[in-house]
Design a protein around this ligand. Structure first.
Ligand code: PGA
Length: 247
């Protein structure tokens, strides 16, 4: 089964209006893969407008599970739809560790995102402590099951999973392609226990210190369907090289 590759840039809380515009102008796309960029909420209108006639897709870095109301500081999915956002990064480890997002809350966000017709990019992954304790797959399975139990197996086919070992995020220390492939396969095998078909269609991205020098090797692995790129996606040449290595 050949799954279409996805390269997504997570710009986190970085950039300025000027640098974001410059970055978007420089991004290369190829017909054979999906390129997604996730600017800060405030830059979504500008970026969406810029990419309107291109193949670049736009993601938000979070969304509320609530439809509307008294939730100061939150952004709803319908607001994101107003700006042609197609993907939403959910459950990023920074959201989980710094802002206390739980598995249950992430599951509600995934459900709301799918209900709105957008594609969730569900981030999962273990901490260094958990890896050293030998529970990497247990952690990933728990994070996936929390979502599967809420949305059901069939809907999970529309989810993009991003396996991001927490110890590899922003550290410069990527998982090796073997380490990543092992977990990606473990995740796919776990989904296959519910449905072989769904397991085969689900895109599983790797994230955590992906750069131009390691992307090709990661993308060559059977169960790695692309990348969620943080730091390296802020450098247009570096990001373009990563995109090129996925085509
Ligand atoms: P990084 O971040 O590429 O800077 O490690 C990845 C992410 O947090 O999605």
């Amino acid at each position: 089964m050949t799954r279409r590759k996805i390269v997504a840039g997570n710009w986190k809380m970085n950039g300025s209006l000027e640098s974001v515009v410059e970055l978007v102008q420089g991004i290369q796309t190829y017909a054979t893969l999906d390129v997604v960029v996730a600017p800060s909420f405030v830059y979504l209108p500008v970026v969406s407008n810029m990419v309107r006639d291109t193949d670049i897709k736009v993601a938000a870095q979070n969304a509320s599970e609530q439809a509307k109301g008294a939730y100061t500081g939150e952004v709803s999915l319908s607001m994101l739809q107003d700006f042609s956002v197609s993907h939403v990064i959910l459950g990023h480890s920074e959201r989980r560790s710094l802002y206390g997002e739980t598995d249950a809350q992430v599951a509600q966000k995934v459900a709301a995102t799918l209900a709105a017709g957008l594609t969730p990019i569900l981030c999962i992954g273990e901490t260094l402590e958990q890896r050293e304790a030998g529970i990497t797959l247990d952690v990933c399975q728990r994070q996936i099951d929390a979502v599967l139990d809420v949305i059901g197996t069939e809907e999970f086919a529309k989810v993009v999973v991003a396996y991001e070992p927490v110890w590899a995020i922003g550290t410069g220390k990527s998982a090796t392609s073997e380490q990543a492939q092992e977990v990606h396969k473990g995740i796919r095998d776990h989904i296959a226990k519910r449905s072989e078909t769904v397991a085969q269609v689900v895109a599983i991205l790797y994230g955590g210190s992906v750069k131009a020098s390691n992307s090709a090797e990661l993308f060559a692995q059977a169960d790695i369907d692309g990348a969620l790129v943080g730091g390296a996606s802020l450098d247009v040449q570096e990001f373009n090289s990563i995109i090129e290595s996925a085509k």
